[in-house]
Design a protein around this ligand. Structure first.
Ligand SMILES: Nc1ncnc2c1ncn2[C@@H]1O[C@H](COP(=O)(O)OP(=O)(O)OP(=O)(O)O)[C@@H](O)[C@H]1O
Length: 313
C-alpha cells in the first residue's frame, strides 16, 4: 500500500478511490419546474438528493436536504464553514452513509448500495478531494494510473501509461510532470495532478472540493479557466464546493447555498441576489462579494461575451 502525500493527513477518500438565521423555504428556484417532458429525470438531473439526513452523534448536519444537479452545469456549492458541503459530496459519492433520504446518481440509487463496491457507477465520476489526496510514493503518472488499474485491469501497461500522459497534459501540466513525485510539485501543480487523476476514466461527473483553496489569485483564475474549458470540451457535469467568490462569478452556472442544514436556495447569482435571505445577502453583497463582482465585470468588459468566463453576467 502506498503512503499518501505527506503534506496531508491520509484522507479516507483516497483509499476509497483506489450564519444563518431562520431560512426561508427554497421554493422559488426549484429546477424540476424547468424539466423538459421528453427527458427521463436522470437524464436531465444526473444527481438527485431527496430528504437527506446526516448526523454525527447529536450533531445534525443535514435535515431533509433536497438538491438536483442539472446535466452539463457547473454547480457551485457554498455555505459557511461546517454547514456540511463536504459531507454532502461524500454522501453523493457513497463515502458517507446517510441516516435517511435517497440519493440517485446517473439513475442509480447510491443510498441502496450495500457498500462501496456495490456502486457500479464509480467509474463514471471523478473526484478532486481537498489537498489532492495524491499517493506520495507514486509519480503523477502512476497516480493517474491508479483508477485505470482498478477499473480496467485488462489494459496493457503501455496503453495505461499513454492514457495517463494524455490526462496529465489535459490538466495543463507539462509532459515532464508525469514522472515527478507530488513532493516535487507546487500547490497548483498538485491540484492539476489530482484533476488529471479525477479525469483518468473519462468521467461524466466531476466533484471538486475547494479546488482553488490555497492557490494564489493568478493560479486560482487559471484553474477556474481550466475547469470551464474542460467542462465545455468534455460535457462534464461539475459539483464544485468552494469559498471562492471569484470562482462562482467566473465559471458557475448556478450556485446552491447550504444553511440551516438544508439547501436553502439554488440559482444563478442574480437569482440568489433577488432573495432576501440574510446569509445570501451578506455573502454576495459583503465587501468580498462586491469585489468579486467588480472583478468579474472588469473581466467581462475585457474579454467580451465570447470569453470562457463571465457566466453570471
Ligand atoms: N466523520 C465525521 N465525524 C464526526 N463529525 C464529522 C465527520 N465529518 C464531518 N463532521 C462534521 O460535520 C460538519 C460538516 O462538515 P463538512 O466538512 O461537511 O463541512 P464543510 O461545509 O465542508 O466545511 P468547510 O467549508 O469548513 O470545509 C462539521 O461540524 C464536521 O465537524
Amino acid at each position: 500500500m502506498s503512503a499518501m502525500d505527506d503534506t496531508q493527513a491520509p484522507p479516507p477518500e483516497a483509499q476509497a478511490e483506489a450564519a444563518v438565521a431562520s431560512a426561508p423555504e427554497p421554493a422559488q428556484l426549484q429546477p424540476a419546474q424547468l424539466q423538459p417532458a421528453q427527458l427521463q429525470p436522470d437524464a436531465q438531473f444526473p444527481i438527485r438528493v431527496r430528504g437527506l439526513v446526516n448526523r454525527f452523534g447529536s450533531n445534525t448536519i443535514h435535515e431533509y436536504l433536497d438538491l438536483d444537479v442539472r446535466r452539463g452545469e457547473i454547480l457551485g456549492v457554498v455555505g459557511g464553514s461546517g454547514t456540511g458541503k463536504s459531507v454532502l459530496m461524500r454522501s453523493i459519492i457513497g463515502l458517507q452513509i446517510p441516516e435517511e433520504g435517497s440519493i440517485e446518481v446517473l439513475g442509480r440509487s447510491i443510498t441502496d448500495a450495500r457498500d462501496d463496491a456495490d456502486i457500479d457507477i464509480r467509474s463514471r465520476w471523478g473526484v478532486l478531494f481537498q489537498g489532492g489526496a495524491l499517493f506520495s510514493t507514486l509519480t503523477v503518472g502512476e497516480n493517474v494510473e491508479v483508477p485505470l488499474r482498478e477499473f480496467y485491469p485488462e489494459i496493457t501497461d503501455d496503453l495505461r501509461g499513454e492514457i495517463a500522459r494524455y490526462k496529465v497534459l489535459l490538466s495543463g501540466l507539462p509532459a515532464n510532470a508525469t514522472n515527478k513525485y507530488p513532493s516535487e510539485l507546487s500547490g497548483g501543480m498538485k491540484k492539476r495532478a489530482g484533476l488529471a487523476r479525477a479525469l483518468s476514466l473519462d468521467p461524466e461527473l466531476l466533484f471538486l472540493d475547494e479546488p482553488t483553496a490555497g492557490l494564489d489569485p493568478i493560479g486560482a483564475a487559471a484553474f477556474d479557466t481550466l475547469i470551464a474549458d474542460l467542462q465545455a470540451t468534455l460535457g462534464l457535469t461539475v459539483f464544485l464546493i468552494t469559498h471562492d467568490l471569484d470562482t462562482l462569478y467566473a465559471i458557475c452556472d448556478r450556485v446552491a447555498v447550504l444553511a440551516d442544514r438544508k439547501v436553502i436556495a439554488v440559482g444563478t447569482i442574480p437569482e440568489l441576489l433577488a432573495t432576501d435571505h440574510p446569509w445570501i445577502q451578506e455573502y454576495f453583497n459583503g465587501p468580498r462579494g462586491r469585489a468579486a463582482k467588480d472583478a468579474q465585470d472588469r473581466d467581462a468588459d475585457r474579454t467580451g461575451p465570447s470569453g470562457t468566463t463571465g457566466k453570471q453576467d
